[in-house]
Design a protein around this ligand. Structure first.
Ligand SMILES: Cc1ncc(COP(=O)(O)O)c(C=O)c1O
Length: 427
């Protein structure tokens, strides 16, 4: 038996009931378990990929599910598609189990960007309403909000939540959000973990501020707290209810290691009531209502899931991604990611020619670690990391360029130590 086959088999055993998933509390996952998890990915041998979450590498169960559906579609798409609705329901159910929510609250999309576009296009707004976001958010949030603001004559405000990411605090961020909310604010659009700086927002504390601001508002005037969750989702353990947001928008093809081209929007029932669909669903109930001119009342999840035929094999294999992750355990993955991140940050402590841009505090950071090299251009550092050490890193796609790495469940301690040494040397 080849090593990869052996490890993949071990992974199945480790992930069986009583295996890794049985770890509870602060008990660390057994190292053999994480080796098996690593072996489930088909990453380039000899490379140390600290950006495998960027556009996810598929673990074995996801690859197998994609292949199964692809073969079915290739053989006879017409007949295979008769199971379309049931397969999509299964995905929504698996997502809901992971999110600890109802499938009716989960709309399936192709990406975070699609979810943000649909949400900000469809949210009910009075003329003159204010949309508040931060200067640290990603292009997709900024542009989706700008397009909507221009269409409906709304005000778009971008606030700075911190001046120095490495020195920021929960207080600084929360008080800046509080100051930004006014009587006309309808949307608060923020990002769980900033891909610009690695700062993880204190989402629960911000949600409490929003709840306080909403206490006397009518439903049509409530501030809707919308979160681009993509760099926390699948890496941090918090559920949307624990976060306290109105909407969580995420791709499933980053830290969750789900099929490429998948994502979701979760909303509370109250918040979904404030959003109209933009792309018609292909749900049969809605389709027959159209055909026979009948009224229908589809729940928001299926109603807000864009119709049309997609890369269905990827969409349907999202079920296996959630199930695999459930077997690993949300909290075990969070602990593992934070252990590796903490190890990397400790390895960079006292570096002469390099500073952390990401906070050291685990309450304010997640899986991504941004660094500032003093002597070299970040792109050169990234190139040399690969040329000399086969370490795959990236440069932040923002005006302030940092070297960005993100240890994840595909990595181990040796790779993290090598990365710390290499960064110190090349910065
Ligand atoms: C914060 C943030 N949101 C969204 C995206 C885009 O995600 P998706 O590919 O799911 O649209 C990125 C980067 O790819 C990002 O950094």
């Amino acid at each position: 038996m080849r090593r990869r086959d052996f490890l993949v088999r071990s992974a199945v055993l480790a992930l069986a009931p009583g295996g890794l998933a049985a770890c509870s509390g602060t008990e660390p996952a057994p190292p053999t378990g994480w080796d098996a998890v690593r072996a489930s990915f088909a990453l380039q041998p000899g490379e140390h990929n600290l950006t495998a979450w960027w556009f996810s590498s598929h673990p074995a169960p996801v690859r197998a599910a994609i292949e199964r559906h692809r073969a079915g579609l290739d053989a006879d798409a017409r007949r295979y598609l008769t199971r379309r609705e049931a397969l999509e329901d299964d995905v929504r159910a698996a997502a809901a189990a992971y999110l600890e929510t109802s499938p009716d609250q989960v709309a399936l999309t192709d990406s975070t960007t699609m979810g943000l576009g649909l949400l900000y296009a469809g949210i009910s707004l009075r003329r003159g309403a204010e949309l508040v976001t931060s200067t640290h958010d990603f292009y997709a949030t900024h542009e989706a909000l700008r397009l909507r603001a221009e269409r409906d004559g709304c005000t778009l405000t971008k606030v700075e939540l911190y001046s120095r990411p490495d020195e920021t605090s929960i207080d600084e961020i929360v008080s800046n959000v509080q100051l930004a909310l006014g009587p006309a604010t309808r949307v608060l659009a923020l990002t769980w973990v900033h891909s610009s700086t690695g700062v993880k927002l204190p989402v629960r504390e911000i949600a409490d501020v929003v709840a306080h601001a909403n206490r006397d508002r009518a439903p049509a005037d409530r501030i809707l707290f919308c979160l681009d969750g993509v760099h926390g989702f699948g890496c941090e353990a918090a559920t949307p209810d624990e976060l306290g947001v109105d909407f969580l928008v995420t791709g499933c093809h980053k830290w969750l290691f789900g099929p490429r081209g998948t994502g979701l929007v979760w909303g509370t029932p109250l918040a979904w009531a404030e959003v109209a669909p933009t792309i018609p669903t292909f749900d049969q109930q809605e389709y027959f209502a159209w055909m026979y001119d009948q009224p229908t009342a589809l729940p928001p999840g299926p109603l807000e899931t864009p119709g049309g035929f997609h890369s269905m094999e990827h969409r349907w294999a999202l079920k296996e991604a959630f199930e695999w992750r459930q077997r690993l355990g949300r909290h075990a993955v969070e602990r593992r990611t934070h252990e590796l991140v903490e190890r990397l940050k400790a390895g960079l402590d006292g570096a002469k020619h390099l500073a952390l841009a990401t906070p050291r505090d685990a309450r304010l950071s997640a899986g991504m670690v941004m660094t500032v090299p003093y002597r070299s251009d970040p792109s050169d550092v990234v190139e040399r990391l690969y040329d000399r050490y086969r370490i795959v890193a990236s440069v932040t796609p923002y005006r302030d360029a940092f070297v960005r790495v993100g240890p994840s469940i595909v990595n181990d301690e040796d790779e993290v130590d090598l990365t710390a040494r290499a960064l110190r040397e090349l910065a």
